[in-house]
Design a protein around this ligand. Structure first.
Ligand SMILES: Nc1ncnc2c1ncn2[C@@H]1O[C@H](COP(=O)(O)OP(=O)(O)O)[C@@H](O)[C@H]1O
Ligand SMILES: [Mg+2]
Length: 289
């Protein structure tokens, strides 16, 4: 589990259950399509609507916090008008983030849940990677990384870092957009500071150990940290074993710093053979002070 929050037992909501959002739109729950640390994600449709468009309905017990954070992020930042402007300015085909369709709360069996309704995708990248036995080709990884950088640029421009970059939080579009990827799960988004950025033990090591950036281990929320996490993920998608894969703290941090030093020492052109052939030319920039 990657999030620090109250752990609550998860209860499955029954298929057919109708949830009314704050605007009065009714959403009908179907099967479970995913499960995170604090609740289930369901496939759902608009209740009594003929066009059976599928949506993802993400639920969480009211006592937990990540979905509250995620809802806040969508409400403040992902509105149609601003996204349209951004897409035009940045000359993108679309913003690689899920579209937000609604939110609300419900009581079931005496338990209170909050929910959000977002665009549903084909599957997450972890599920896809499990179906391919080989590593992804470098071109495919670059294609994914580029789109996630587009998503991060938007999130960073809004004043936040994502702080949980990993394949479970990256979604693959439905045909014909099956080479599009989207960055979701904003349960860990955090406002970053640009001045007076100091290590803070209270926020240190927050996230998924393998992908936490060095700044994250120090408790600093930085934009470069998101890019560093993305880099660690990209290496795994190429089936390169992260040198700290089976290590715990503090050895993981030592190992990440060793790789950073090796990359900086080698410079932008060389591959680093000590670290499973890290394609250094691309990653040098992430670490360069
Ligand atoms: N919009 C979506 N489309 C398709 N699958 C989704 C969607 N959102 C979530 N999922 C599935 O549910 C899983 C958990 O969702 P996520 O948003 O990462 O929640 P958590 O905060 O619990 O990790 C994802 O890894 C994915 O398998
Ligand atoms: Mg997740």
């Amino acid at each position: 589990m990657s999030k620090k929050a109250k752990t609550t037992p998860k209860e499955e909501l029954p298929p057919g259950l109708v949830l009314k959002d704050v605007k009065g739109i009714e959403w009908e729950i179907q099967n479970i399509i995913g499960s995170g640390g604090f609740g289930y994600v369901y496939c759902g449709t608009k209740h009594k609507c003929k066009t059976r468009t599928e949506y993802a309905i993400k639920t969480e017990n009211m006592e937990s916090g990540p979905l509250f954070v995620e809802r806040m992020f969508y409400l403040k930042n992902v509105n149609e008008e601003d996204v349209k402007k951004w897409v035009t300015i940045k000359k993108l085909k679309e913003l690689p983030l899920p579209k937000f369709h609604g939110f609300g709360s419900t009581i079931h069996n005496g338990n209170k849940y909050r929910f959000i309704v977002i665009e549903k995708f084909d599957k997450d990248l972890e599920t896809f990677l499990q179906t391919v036995s080989d590593s992804l080709l470098l071109g495919a990884v670059i294609n994914i990384v580029r789109q996630i950088i587009d998503a991060l640029e938007f999130i960073h421009e809004c004043g936040y870092v994502h702080w949980d970059i990993k394949c479970q939080n990256i979604f693959i579009g439905k045909k014909p957009k099956n080479n599009h990827v989207y960055l979701g799960d904003f349960g860990m988004v955090t406002k970053y500071k640009t001045e007076d950025v100091k290590p803070d033990k209270k926020c240190a090591n927050n996230g998924t150990l393998n992908y936490i950036a060095i700044d994250g281990h120090l408790g600093m929320h930085t934009r470069r940290g998101d890019l560093e996490s993305l880099m660690y993920n990209g290496l795994e998608w190429l089936k390169l074993k992260l040198p700290w894969k089976n290590l715990t703290l503090p050895k993981t941090i030592i190992s990440k710093n060793e790789m950073k030093d090796a990359i900086l020492t080698a410079g932008p052109k060389k591959k680093i053979y000590d670290f499973n052939n890290v394609p250094n030319c691309k990653y040098y920039k992430f670490f360069k002070p």
